[in-house]
Design a protein around this ligand. Structure first.
Ligand code: F6P
Ligand code: MG
Length: 516
């Protein structure tokens, strides 16, 4: 707690904060969803007649139901059961320290938002982490929802698969691969007009790919619990992205491009000096993505990763998933495997029914041959990158700790050291942004570099946050912007609530160069 930033943190007791609504409305609904899912799996076990697993499943349903009761009736938070992972002690020690400061225990409706929301998912994680039967150990009660939503993203997936193939084919079949890479001298002031136009074109493509990746974050199951198929499609198409461009209220993508470009130029020049004829540059240029949601968002993260490697802005991309089911839709390693499986055989995936036994699969046409081959192209590409060690999945329990990333250098110095090896660390989504800024009530004009504290200037880390706003905290806005957005319809007005920042309609892309 002492390591977190100084401003007050958002609290579930504050009626002007989205925390208030989350604790009272969203969390009970999310736990109900988990109960339904576990109960369905229990009924499927009846056929297999696995008595121990059935009994254990029923116990988990009852633990989830008690948790829901506690949340709804504003009971005190209790200790998390020890499932053998060291972070349980961190959660419980922090709870004990908070308990000391509260009059009669820390209660669900009067607690720091960030701690309590992480605690909620960690507590659910321990129900499965302490399970004795194989059916429940490591079970993900959100996996069905994640896959169903991904299936609903069909149109956007097909559109992007075609675009991905087009871009990759262009890159690979062009005789002169320098077309998408800098000429020597680029980026250091002595470029010709052609070079500059070329770099501008590269920058534009980079911005397009990164914005696809940004808006993929709008499809978040923890927020959009009642999303229809049409809603999902509206959020994901290219037209939606174009319309949403004006909603990126701070956009540092070009700065991020400059640093990646500069590094690739430097390495290419070193390479040329050492008389090697390869054009792809020497040395490593690593980009990291601290992942957020599974399904469509993971799909667009992989699109970005594949593109960065193909154009030489990165030589490897390290992906950081969560280790337990988290905030409903976050990526766990099993989601990565499930996505690749779906892409391996898109016809079966799209023709199979969703977990409710229906969904649009029954009413939409089968894939055309070219759609099928676009998706398979993408699958082959990602599979190859994965097999060649250029696309790496690197879980770490730190990502499911309760605290802000201000704690990272002290609690997880090995994570900081690892991330320093990267040219750029992309933090996806709302929760990562809340953790970067400590979920604190900073004035909206606070520089991003200040609000991320120890991961900011001098940290050795280059941070890029790609975040659609779904919570109260926001920093780095120009003077007057927050007031302007509050004054818009539904923006919160004089209520004291920053409602414009709750819906995922607005986004910020913010950069800090801690290597400068
Ligand atoms: O705003 C609702 C919420 O669940 C927040 O608690 C959380 O920060 C966010 O959504 C999760 O969104 P994302 O998947 O973008 O991190
Ligand atoms: Mg998420």
């Amino acid at each position: 707690m002492d390591l977190d930033p100084p401003p007050p943190k958002y609290q579930t007791s504050d009626p002007t904060s989205f925390a208030h609504k989350s604790a009272r409305e969203r969390w009970p609904a999310i736990i109900t969803g988990a109960i339904d899912d576990v109960a369905r799996t229990v009924s499927s076990l009846l056929d297999a007649d696995d008595k121990d697993a059935i009994e254990e499943g029923k116990r988990i349903v009852s633990s989830l139901a008690s948790l829901k009761y506690e949340v709804q009736h504003n009971r005190a938070l209790g200790e998390i059961d020890d499932d053998g992972h060291a972070d349980v002690k961190l959660y419980n020690d922090e709870l004990a320290a908070r308990d000391k400061l509260a009059r009669d225990g820390v209660k669900w409706h009067d607690v720091e938002w960030l701690y309590s929301e992480c605690y909620l998912y960690r507590r659910i994680g321990a129900f499965f982490g302490t399970a004795k039967t194989a059916a429940w150990r490591g079970y993900d009660p959100f996996a069905r929802q994640k896959m169903d939503t991904f299936r609903s993203s069909r149109n956007a997936v097909l559109e992007l698969a075609a675009r991905y193939r087009e871009i990759m084919t262009q890159i690979r079949t062009t005789e002169d691969q320098h077309r998408l890479l800098p000429k020597s001298g680029s980026g250091n002031g002595d470029t010709g007009a052609d070079d500059e136009a070329e770099i501008e074109a590269e920058k534009t493509l980079f911005v397009e790919m990164a914005e696809i990746c940004l808006w993929g974050n709008a499809t978040d199951l923890s927020l959009l619990t009642s999303l229809t198929y049409e809603d999902i499609q509206k959020l994901q198409g290219s037209q939606a992205r174009r319309e949403s461009e004006k909603n990126v209220i701070v956009n540092d993508l070009r700065k991020a491009f400059e640093v990646l470009k500069k590094k690739s130029v430097e390495q290419q020049q070193q390479h040329q000096q050492s008389n090697n004829s390869s054009t792809s540059g020497t040395g490593g240029r690593r980009v990291d993505i601290v992942l957020d949601n599974a399904g469509f968002e993971l799909f667009v993260d992989l699109v970005l990763a594949g593109y960065l490697i193909a154009v030489g802005l990165a030589t490897e991309v390290v992906l950081h998933p969560k280790s337990i089911p988290w905030f409903v839709s976050d990526v766990v390693p099993g989601d990565f495997a499930a996505l690749l499986d779906a892409m391996r055989d898109p016809v079966s995936f799209y023709e199979s029914k969703d977990s409710e036994g229906g969904g649009e699969a029954s009413s939409t046409p089968t894939l055309t041959q070219s759609q099928e081959s676009d998706v398979k192209f993408l699958f082959d590409d990602w599979k190859n990158l994965h097999e060649e060690g250029k696309l790496i999945l690197r879980p770490n329990r730190f990502w499911t700790h309760a605290g802000s990333f201000w704690r990272m250098p002290t609690i997880a110095p090995e994570v900081v050291e690892d991330l320093k090896e990267s040219e750029l660390v992309v933090f996806k989504g709302d929760l990562n942004y809340r953790k970067l800024t400590g979920d604190a009530a900073w004035p909206a004009t606070t520089p991003f570099t200040t609000a991320i504290g120890p991961l900011g200037p001098g940290s050795g880390l280059r941070v890029l946050a790609l975040r659609t706003c779904k919570a109260d905290v926001v920093v780095g806005l120009p003077e007057g912007k927050d007031e302007e957005l509050r004054a818009m319809e539904g923006g919160g007005g004089d209520s004291g609530a920053r409602k414009w920042a709750w819906s995922g309609k607005w986004a910020v892309v913010q950069f800090s160069d801690g290597k400068a």
